[in-house]
Design a protein around this ligand. Structure first.
Ligand SMILES: [Zn+2]
Length: 476
């Protein structure tokens, strides 16, 4: 039986993940070869699937993709007839340290950093990995330790690229203190979820501290925000020299800066300073969009569809934990978002996507941010798939020497890519809504190891529905 051979290998490999590793577990040899046969492949870029392909996984890497037969002695064979293989999905805008019920306001009094970290570990396993999001880019919040634990094989979770604490001016989008706080005593800053920076020197110091402790790139709040109390949306937060200082230090480390910003002034400053990743931008003009397009793949626009168009679509749909003022800001963003999304697509700006959803009830539905881009923003489905796989993988590599997964590509089904693989019962590139039906997601493989596998019968030891609780029970 083909499946049972696969089963045995994957069980062994799953158990391997339970053993604490002291070295770089992700780079170890991993399980025996696995050969997927006769499967239709979306490679992360090309809208045309490679029909009836064979894909060989050796250890944690994809070594062959071919429409010719692949000769692989001793490989476990998985029959992919009628199924679609895609790269694991990538969410390029998460905030895993704010999985606490009060979002960014959580650390004022209710939760400490230990509780926040525990909630993060559970959420990224349940809400991302088990649902097919095999890599996340965490972009504000001190997830450096969580990222390192995943990288060393200590947590069952998606790959985590992290900015570490966000850099924000006092009173900016990363200032989550109370009005009467002495800024230096803000708990969020003590645990380095954010750094309040009010000068070029502050930016340099915070950037270096972040990199020293394991950040892979820098996130800077360059404009006002919605989920914060003290900053009107219109403000230009970081000064020109502060943005330039962040870029200078990032470039010294061979990595890049991502900015949170909504409007022209802050986007222009960031463009002039050499920032590469532009989040949000829902209030920008076509002039800015054209400048971004002219830079090709030097810069990227990061689109949060569900947050901007759905959640912020009306006052009533705004998250409950927002104040009245925050809700009004959100509505303004929602109004601009459709227009910005249209201009970015029409001008062929290089783009990625991330949900920006955090807290109970929201990160669970991160994949609705992907379907939103097709159903609400009118983007072609294959384009959206590319944003969340191939393009995302390219941007992750901008971390250069700080890349925690430097050996192979991410977000593609191609030789020399990490074996982060999803198998779908049907074609989710044609029908995007399929990604919300967890029963259609039959295999979640990360780094060559299977975490969910319903390709086998429910009474098989390898049957794993998409919840951690049930999948752990299989092995007790
Ligand atoms: Zn965000």
């Amino acid at each position: 039986m083909k499946n049972s051979r696969f089963v045995a290998g994957a069980v062994a490999s799953f158990l391997l993940t339970m053993v604490p590793h002291l070295g770089t577990a992700q780079e170890d040899a991993g399980p025996p070869p696995i050969l997927f046969t006769n499967v239709n492949v979306f490679d992360g870029f090309n809208p045309e699937l490679i029909m009836d392909a064979n894909v060989l996984v050796e250890g944690n890497v994809i070594t062959q993709v071919s429409t010719d037969p692949i000769d692989a002695d001793g490989a476990f064979v998985v029959d992919g007839t009628g199924k679609t293989m895609t790269p694991g999905l990538v969410d390029m805008h998460t905030h895993i340290m704010f999985e606490t019920p009060e979002g960014t306001n959580s650390y004022q009094d209710e939760w400490d950093f230990g509780g926040g970290g525990a909630m993060a570990a559970q959420a990224i396993r349940e809400n991302y990995l088990m649902r097919g999001i095999t890599t996340i880019r965490d972009i504000a919040g001190n997830s450096r330790g969580v990222a390192r634990a995943v990288q060393r094989g200590l947590l069952i979770a998606p790959r985590v690229y992290t900015s570490g604490g966000v850099l924000s001016h006092t009173g900016g989008h990363g200032d989550w203190g109370d009005r009467n706080d002495l800024t230096a005593n803000d708990y969020g800053e003590i645990v380095q979820n954010s750094f309040k920076v009010d000068s070029r020197d502050d930016v340099i110091k915070a950037s270096r501290r972040n990199y020293r402790n394991g950040a892979h790139f820098t996130k800077l709040m360059a404009g006002g925000g919605v989920a914060s109390r003290f900053d009107p949306l219109e403000i230009s937060a970081a000064t020109q020299e502060e943005v330039e200082a962040a870029v200078e230090i990032a470039e010294n480390y061979g990595t890049y800066v991502a900015v949170h910003a909504y409007h022209d002034t802050s986007y222009q400053r960031a463009l002039d300073a050499g920032v590469r990743s532009f989040e949000h931008g829902f209030l920008v003009s076509e002039d800015i969009v054209k400048q971004m397009a002219a830079k090709g793949e030097e810069v990227v626009w990061s689109f949060q569809c569900y947050m901007s168009i759905n959640s912020f679509g009306s006052y009533e749909t705004m998250p409950d934990f927002f104040t009245h003022e925050q809700k009004l800001k959100g509505v303004a963003v929602g109004e601009g978002a459709r227009n910005a999304a249209k201009m970015m697509l029409e001008n062929d700006v290089f783009m990625i996507g991330g949900a920006d959803m955090f807290g109970p009830g929201l990160s669970e539905i991160a994949k609705e941010d992907i379907t939103c881009k097709v159903n609400e923003a009118g983007y072609p489905s294959a384009h959206v798939w590319k944003m969340h796989t191939g393009n995302a993988g390219k941007v992750l590599k901008w971390s250069g020497p700080l890349d925690p997964y430097p050996t192979y590509a991410i977000g593609t089904i191609a030789p020399d890519s990490y074996a982060d693989i999803l198998i779908w019962d049907g074609n989710p590139v044609e029908n995007i809504d399929m990604i919300l039906d967890e029963s259609k997601l039959q295999l979640v493989m990360k780094d060559g190891r299977a975490y969910k596998n319903t390709l086998v019968e429910a009474d098989s030891i390898m049957y794993r529905p998409g919840t951690t609780k049930a999948s752990i029970m299989q092995f007790q």
